[in-house]
Design a protein around this ligand. Structure first.
Ligand code: MN3
Length: 241
């Protein structure tokens, strides 16, 4: 009796589950009942936060119009299609096209997310657009890049050097609280994990070709005049939560 009591005492301070006889182990929790998953819910094209001509002369109205109403709209349609198909595949338990629809979801999902951010991180020049970062964002830029100028140089170089279609992105990395500049090919390739984009520049040809043709560097230089630093600062605050 004594032995047993002291055994139980020892077991209690040690690893109880590892040494108790199986008859004393707690019952395995009941298998949860299957639930119906969240139904497919379509994504919606957000409106531009300003008229298409508002970013002139740096970005022309026609480019903005086409970019938003055709290109971004196309990503919303593509993402909805992919997610609807994936939802049907789950229902039917038929994953014959899983690779195709997963890729489509990443491509169009990346496009929808980045464009939704892109419209907001720009504002009319002199009326919210241009100038430089303020407050915590400015501090973080100086801390991570040395100066605002050094950050702009790296970001512009990343944008100019994107091979084919893609983006330059400023991300907040949660694991070490740093800002990092990365590129994205298409909308999603070359991403890193644990990072949240807070500023992005679209360098697909559809973003600048009507006005700048092959002069991507000129478009990049002009774009700094419409960056909405207040919004970028809010994106940083949000990412830090
Ligand atoms: Mn685009």
């Amino acid at each position: 009796m004594n032995n047993r009591r002291s055994f139980l005492k020892t077991a209690a301070v040690g690893s109880l589950l590892a040494v108790t006889p199986s008859s004393l182990q707690p019952l395995a929790s009941a298998t949860p009942l299957p639930r119906s998953p969240l139904p497919f819910q379509p994504h919606i094209l957000p409106s531009l936060p300003y008229p298409p001509a508002a970013l002139e002369p740096y970005i022309d109205a026609q480019t903005m119009e086409l970019h938003h109403r055709k290109h971004h709209a196309g990503y919303v349609v593509g993402l909805n299609k992919a997610e609807e198909e994936l939802s049907k595949a789950r229902e039917a338990n038929d994953y014959a096209y899983i690779q195709h629809w997963s890729k489509q979801a990443a491509f169009h999902g990346g496009g929808h997310f980045l464009h939704s951010m892109f419209w907001k991180i720009m504002a009319p020049p002199g009326n919210g657009g241009g100038g430089s970062a303020k407050g915590a964002l400015a501090e973080s830029i100086t801390e991570c890049f040395g100066s605002d100028d050094a950050f702009r140089k790296q970001f512009s170089a990343a944008a100019a050097a994107v091979e084919g279609s893609g983006w330059a992105l400023l991300h907040y990395r949660r694991s070490d609280q740093r800002l990092v500049v990365l590129q994205a090919e298409n909308q999603h390739k070359l991403s890193a994990w644990d990072t949240v984009p807070i500023l992005g520049l679209d360098v697909w040809e559809h973003a600048y070709y009507l006005k700048y043709q092959n002069r991507r560097a000129e478009y990049i230089a002009a774009w700094w005049n419409v960056v909405n630093w207040e919004q970028v600062g809010m994106n940083l605050t949000e990412a830090r939560r």
